[in-house]
Design a protein around this ligand. Structure first.
Ligand code: ATP
Ligand code: MG
Length: 406
């Protein structure tokens, strides 16, 4: 295979960790090439995430070569031919070239090969099937370079066939379109997505969540989300409906993207819906709790409420959830500027912790027990009603009064 282009190798390709891994893998003469996201992103001048490497050597040989160079090798998907080489500051995912023999969803039966074109043919999109070697030579068996430059996300081969082999590719299509697509999306791909969207529930929750959260994190996921709505995929994923406009508005006003906050904006603000989605997508407890809090907050946030009410909300919710809710409320009403001033003011508005503690109550001779909490609660209500102004001395005095009046 002949290179179609040449690029000046970027820093990460020549840094010592990369050089050491490449030298180890090539020690017995194998041809080693980068593939996937790192090649795509380098060609676009974007910062890369992880580094994927392709080699014709089978996985056991890869492990041997890494061992011989004293590089830590973790078999992350031995059956799929993937070994992770751990070389701080990076992880290198090393995958043996393979061809698909039979495909059953994610459990493709693969055969290892030394044929680079066959390996490209089993990859999902042409822009993901570009190879790059250490000298900066770009290899392009399926026409990915032109697609990358034109902003075309195109399946390798027939879209419907490729989606039937692995339905995750349907979601990956929209995700990659959000990051790399420009202009109208590939017509054949969309027709296949539309026809096969009803197969999405066959995917595991984790795989769906991974794609959905990555899609939501795109600088502007709205064109892809709108396509998913038109093609019927969004309704299959979220049968209780979505708040499309709220998400679009949130994206327009937020300072930085946050996948879970964006999901909160997209989902209807109903605890039952959020619970169902979190369970089905197997979200982490932290993600689920955050979604629940935003859908059904313990304390409402009102952009127009006075400063005192804002302080009270801040104290109940904490800075992070308060800021999230301010953004969601503003997204519902198209008031981004107001949201930003509330968020900017929040850190200095946040009340201090209650200036008295349980120990202060026992010092007054109250025995340990439920009375301690009850008295603290009374002081707290008084302190809150006074807009958190009373200091420790004033709170101690009030506590003494309440204890004496008991
Ligand atoms: P990212 O920037 O998200 O890491 P990536 O393209 O590197 O993007 P990976 O999930 O790391 O994505 O996969 C590496 C490569 O493996 C892809 O570029 C693609 O060639 C191939 N690949 C991954 N998942 C699939 C799939 N479901 N079907 C076909 N090929 C896939
Ligand atoms: Mg990758």
């Amino acid at each position: 295979m002949r290179p179609v282009a040449f690029i000046e190798p970027p820093g990460w390709m020549t840094e010592p960790a990369t050089a050491v891994v490449l030298a180890a893998l090539g020690a017995r003469g194998a041809t080693i090439r980068f593939v996937g996201g790192c090649v795509r992103d380098v060609l676009l001048g974007r910062t890369i995430k992880d580094v994927d490497i392709a080699t014709p050597d089978p996985p056991d040989r890869v492990v041997e070569l890494l061992d011989a160079a004293a590089i830590k090798a973790v078999p992350t998907g031995l059956a799929h031919g993937t070994i992770t080489a751990v070389m701080p500051p990076r992880h290198f995912e090393i995958t043996t070239l393979r061809r698909d023999v039979e495909t059953f969803g994610r459990h493709a039966r693969v055969a290892f090969t030394d044929d680079w074109a066959a390996d490209a043919a089993r990859r999902d999109f042409t822009i993901n099937a570009l190879f790059l070697d250490a000298a900066g030579q770009v290899f392009d068996p399926v026409g990915g370079l032109a697609d990358l430059k034109a902003g075309r996300v195109r399946f390798v081969g027939d879209p419907a066939t490729r989606i039937r082999e692995d339905v995750l590719r349907l979601l990956r299509f929209y995700r990659f379109h959000a990051y790399y697509g420009r202009g109208p999306a590939d017509v054949a791909a969309r027709a296949a997505c539309k026809a096969l969207a009803d197969r999405l529930p066959g995917l595991s929750g984790e795989r769906i969540a991974g794609e959905v959260l990555k899609l939501l994190l795109a600088p502007d996921p709205m064109p892809a989300i709108d396509m998913m709505a038109e093609d019927g995929a969004l309704a299959v994923l979220f049968p209780a409906g979505v708040e499309r406009d709220r998400l679009a508005e949130l994206i327009a006003i937020e300072a930085a993207p946050d996948a879970v906050r964006r999901l909160a904006a997209l989902l209807p603000s109903r605890a039952d819906v959020v619970e169902e989605v979190a369970a089905r997508l197997r979200l982490s407890n932290a993600e689920r709790d955050r979604l629940l809090l935003l859908a059904d907050p313990p304390c409402a946030v009102d952009l127009d409420a006075d400063e005192r009410t804002q302080r009270r909300g801040l104290r109940r919710l904490g800075l992070a959830a308060y800021a999230d809710l301010v953004l969601l409320r503003a997204a519902e009403t198209g008031r981004g500027a107001d949201a930003q001033s509330l968020i900017d003011a929040a850190p200095r508005r946040l009340p201090p912790p209650l200036p008295v503690r349980g120990r202060d109550v026992t010092r007054l001779g109250i025995p340990p027990g439920p009375q301690i909490g009850a008295l603290l609660g009374q002081v707290e209500a008084w302190w809150e009603a006074a807009d958190f102004q009373p200091d420790r001395a004033a709170c101690l005095a009030r506590l003494a009064e309440l204890a004496a009046a008991r």
